[in-house]
Every structure is written in structure tokens, then in C-alpha cells.
Write a protein that binds this ligand. Structure first.
Ligand code: SAH
Ligand code: SF4
Ligand code: F3S
Length: 468
């Protein structure tokens, strides 16, 4: 059974927030900076940290010299992400020197690894607080403890995780919103650190999710993405008879004009029922991010992905039967330990066959404590880079071709922001999540428009508003 943090406990955290507001009232304009690395789940977590900080009276800044408190929400998925975090944390020596009362907190997946917490403890004295994803719900309490006891806080106990409802949220923007529907992962792909730092799969109750979505629609949000490491296993721990497809249908039934998206789907759990539901639900985007990781069955087995390339291609074909206009995107790892050139060729072949609209390609990064970290890894970084470049070239070629095929078509898009450029000043997304650049008044942000596509390249589409 999934542990749940009680509402009394969250109420207590809000009381800490009031006390902290009092404490920080000596500052004229208390300012906080929250810097986020990693996936959208982490972005969603940062919205909770901002929610708590807003309750404490903080406004927000991107200027690390102006901030009274800095929270760095970290990612552990690849070494590169960790190096960036450590570099940026090291640089905070300067800001703290200029502002000695500044509070520096590092949280998130990276610090849920013991060796990283130890590293921060020993080598980064500038950091005042460290807390893992499982402790986020009691951030106000930890902050108060730091201030009262005047000592460094390290809250990174091992845990399989809990569910905490009712944490205040501070969202960026008024058009797009995320809802975490579940946390953790049970899949233990052999290369991946996520299950170790995020705990076991646990689902929020459908009524809590639907009521959050209803509120977002009432507030005028037009683009809602429901999040989980593997949304297809939503509800398996709940025993309430609602699976992911049912949940999509429930959100789709909320009255209002909005697009419903989701991230991420594990291919082994993507079902015909899901594809049918996507096709039937008018608000559900015809987009699926379906990470394949590799096109070779031996590699897939050694990755513990639990499907073959043929299973994957069958699912793609089935999904396209239900939605001929389906946009499919993927993640690929090149240079998994022992992956040969021939095995990599299978990945190229599969990618050509599927014809992905976009591909996110990563060079394998060794993660301490995962099974793949102990597998023989004879290929050099340079050899892996060659594969990466080949796959990137293929990905660009396919995306370019797919994008150019939109030219001349008229599509309904959601205008979601400004680009900062003069010529095409607005950005928009198609139902399938493709980026479109447009010209028009910023007042249109948040509205749906019919757009004629006039150009397309590897990265984006360009269009003109039909009714401008
Ligand atoms: N839960 C999601 C993925 C989360 S991590 C899913 O399974 O689809 C996002 C992507 O990072 C993964 O799909 C994978 O392609 C990549 N990734 C994860 N661990 C990695 C590692 N050790 N090295 C390189 N890439 C990795
Ligand atoms: Fe990592 Fe695999 Fe879980 Fe995705 S499904 S988070 S890749 S272990
Ligand atoms: Fe990174 Fe944690 Fe997300 S490791 S990818 S921030 S779940």
C-alpha cells in the first residue's frame, strides 16, 4: 500500500510557512530563485517548492545575486546533468560572499544518491540544506530547522516514497500546466538511476487528479500534460479499477476547450485500449512519446526493457491504425555497454522504419549502483560519438521531411508564448506538439487559431494565421 502524508501533516507545513513569513519579514522584498534540472517531473516538483516559498512571502527572481534563498532542484539521469549542477553550485560561493545570509538548498534526484550527498557535505560547504525528492513535502520544516538550529540540513533517507496531496503550487505561465499523476518507477531498466532515487511506482487517486485538472481548466489553462515515468502503469497500485486510459477519458470529460497530453509511456505497457481511448477522446493530443532506447533485441534484453523490436513495431502500427495522424517521438541510448556497430545498425533501421517526428538521443552514461554499470563497456567515447552523430543526422533528416510535409496544410494550433524574435514573434503548438512560429499580437497567447503552414525545417514549422 502506498504511504500517504496526512492532511494534518501538510497543514503543519503551512504553519511553518507562516512562521517563516514572520521570520523573513525583516527583508523588504524577500526573493527566491528556484533552478530546475532534468525532466518535467522535476519541473512539477519545483512548482511545489515555489508554492511553499510563495506562502513564506517570497517573490521570484532569476538573479542569483539578488536571491535571499536559492533552491537547486537536481537531476541524476546522466553524468552531464550532475556536472552542470556541481559547477553551478560551486559558483554560488561568489553570491554567498556578496550576501552572507543567503540560504542555499540543493534538492532532487542527484542528492538522493549517498555518494553525491557526501560530496556536497565534504566539498561544498556553501550548501546549507540538502533534501531528496521524498522529503520535498516537508521543505518548510527543514528550512525552519536550519534557521533555528543554525546547522546544515541533510534529509536524504532511503525511502520507497509516499503521496502528499495539498501542497500549494506556483505555476509558471497561464497557458500550459503539468499534473503529476504518479511518482517513482518499478521498471529498473539496467542503465537507469530513476527507480533508485524516485522510489516505487505510486499513483495519485483519480478524484484528486480530476479535481486538479478541473481547477486548471477553470483558471483558463489550455494545455494540460499529465506526468509519470511510466503513465501506462497508472492505477496498478490503487485497486480502484481506473487505469491510465480511464483516467484520460475522465479528464477528457471535463467541459472546456483544452488539449490533453501525457508523458511518458513505456512501450511494454502501451495497450490497444490506450490507443482507442486517445482516438476517441476529442481533447487528447495525437502524440505519443514512446521511448524505444534501442532497435536491437539483444540490447533491449540487456537493458531489461521487456519488449522486442517486433513488439514495438506492432504497437506503433496498431497506434497508427487508430490515429493515422499520430505524432511519435522517442528516446534512444547509443553506446549501451557492449552495443556493437551491427546492433546499432538495427537502431538506425528501426528509426527509419518508424519515421519519428522527433528523437531525443543520448550517449550512455554510467550510473553508479545500476546493473549496467558493471557490464563490460569496450567501446570508446569517440566510437559512441560517431553513432550519436549518425543517428542525429538521420533524426534531422526525418524530422525535416515530416515538417516539410505540413507545408500548405491548415492546422489548429494553440498559441503559447513569445519567441523574442521580430519576424516570427509568437510560438504555438499543433495538436501533435509540433512547434509553429507565427506573426501576430501577443494578446493571442492562450487562444486556438487556424494556421496555414508556409514553411518547415528540422526543428519547427512556420505559419500564417488564417483569420488574422
Ligand atoms: N521514464 C522514462 C524515461 C526517463 S529518463 C521512460 O522510460 O520513458 C529519460 C531518458 O533518459 C530515457 O528514456 C533514456 O533514453 C535516457 N537515459 C536514462 N538513463 C540513461 C543513462 N544512464 N545514460 C544515457 N541516457 C539515459
Ligand atoms: Fe528509467 Fe526505465 Fe523507469 Fe524510464 S522506465 S524511469 S528508463 S527505469
Ligand atoms: Fe532526472 Fe530525476 Fe527526472 S533523475 S530525469 S530529474 S526523475
Amino acid at each position: 500500500m502506498t504511504a500517504r502524508i496526512t492532511q494534518d501533516e501538510i497543514k503543519k507545513q503551512l504553519e511553518y510557512c507562516s512562521e517563516l513569513k514572520e521570520h523573513f519579514s525583516y527583508l523588504d522584498h524577500p526573493l527566491a530563485m528556484v533552478d530546475t534540472y532534468g525532466c518535467q517531473q522535476n519541473e512539477a516538483d519545483s512548482e511545489k517548492i515555489r508554492g511553499y516559498l510563495a506562502e513564506m512571502g517570497f517573490a521570484f527572481t532569476q538573479d542569483e545575486f539578488a536571491a535571499d534563498i536559492i533552491v537547486i532542484n537536481t537531476c541524476a539521469v546522466r553524468e552531464h546533468a550532475e556536472m552542470r549542477v556541481l559547477g553551478n553550485v560551486g559558483a554560488l560561493n561568489h553570491t554567498k560572499k556578496a550576501k552572507p545570509d543567503q540560504i542555499i538548498a540543493v534538492c532532487g534526484c542527484m542528492v538522493q544518491q549517498e555518494h553525491m550527498t557526501n560530496k556536497i557535505k565534504m566539498s561544498y560547504p556553501v550548501v546549507d540544506m540538502v533534501f531528496g525528492p521524498h522529503e520535498l513535502w516537508r521543505f518548510p520544516e527543514l528550512l525552519e530547522e536550519h534557521l533555528i538550529r543554525k546547522r546544515r540540513i541533510f534529509a536524504t533517507e532511503k525511502s520507497s516514497g509516499a503521496i502528499a496531496e495539498g501542497i500549494p503550487l506556483r505555476r509558471d505561465g497561464k497557458v500550459k500546466a503539468w499534473i503529476s499523476i504518479m511518482y517513482g518507477c518499478n521498471n529498473f531498466c539496467t542503465y537507469c538511476i530513476v527507480p533508485y532515487v524516485r522510489g516505487r511506482e505510486r499513483s495519485r487517486r483519480p478524484e484528486d487528479i480530476v479535481s486538479e485538472a478541473r481547477q486548471l481548466v477553470a483558471e483558463g489553462y489550455k494545455d494540460i500534460t499529465v506526468l509519470g515515468q511510466n503513465v501506462n502503469s497508472y492505477g496498478k497500485d490503487l485497486d480502484c479499477g481506473v487505469d491510465f486510459a480511464d483516467l484520460l477519458a475522465m479528464i477528457n470529460d471535463i467541459p472546456g476547450d483544452f488539449i490533453l497530453r501525457f508523458m511518458t509511456s513505456h512501450p511494454k505497457d502501451a495497450t490497444e485500449k490506450l490507443f482507442r481511448t486517445m482516438a476517441q477522446c476529442g481533447k487528447c493530443a495525437h502524440h505519443i512519446h514512446l521511448p524505444v532506447q534501442s532497435g536491437n533485441d539483444t540490447v533491449l534484453k540487456r537493458m531489461n526493457r521487456n519488449y522486442t523490436s517486433a513488439d514495438y513495431l506492432d504497437k506503433v502500427a496498431l497506434a497508427r491504425e487508430y490515429m493515422p495522424d499520430l505524432v511519435i517521438t522517442t528516446d534512444i541510448i547509443v553506446g549501451f555497454p557492449g552495443e556493437t556497430d551491427e546492433q546499432f545498425e538495427d537502431t538506425l533501421k528501426l528509426c527509419r522504419e518508424v519515421g519519428y517526428d522527433a528523437m531525443f538521443i543520448f550517449i550512455y552514461s554510467k550510473r553508479l549502483g545500476t546493473p549496467a554499470a558493471t557490464m563490460p563497456d569496450p567501446f570508446t567515447r569517440e566510437e559512441k560519438q560517431v553513432r550519436f552523430d549518425k543517428l542525429t543526422a538521420l533524426s534531422n533528416e526525418i524530422s525535416g521531411r515530416k515538417h516539410r510535409a505540413y507545408i500548405g496544410k491548415t492546422l489548429r494550433v494553440l498559441i503559447d508564448g513569445e519567441t523574442g524574435k521580430d519576424e516570427y514573434n509568437l510560438s504555438a503548438r499543433t495538436n501533435g506538439g509540433r512547434l509553429v512560429h507565427l506573426k501576430g499580437s501577443p494578446e493571442l497567447i492562450g487562444s486556438f487559431r487556424e494556421v496555414k503552414i508556409t514553411d518547415g525545417n528540422t526543428w519547427a514549422l512556420y505559419g500564417e494565421m488564417e483569420d488574422a
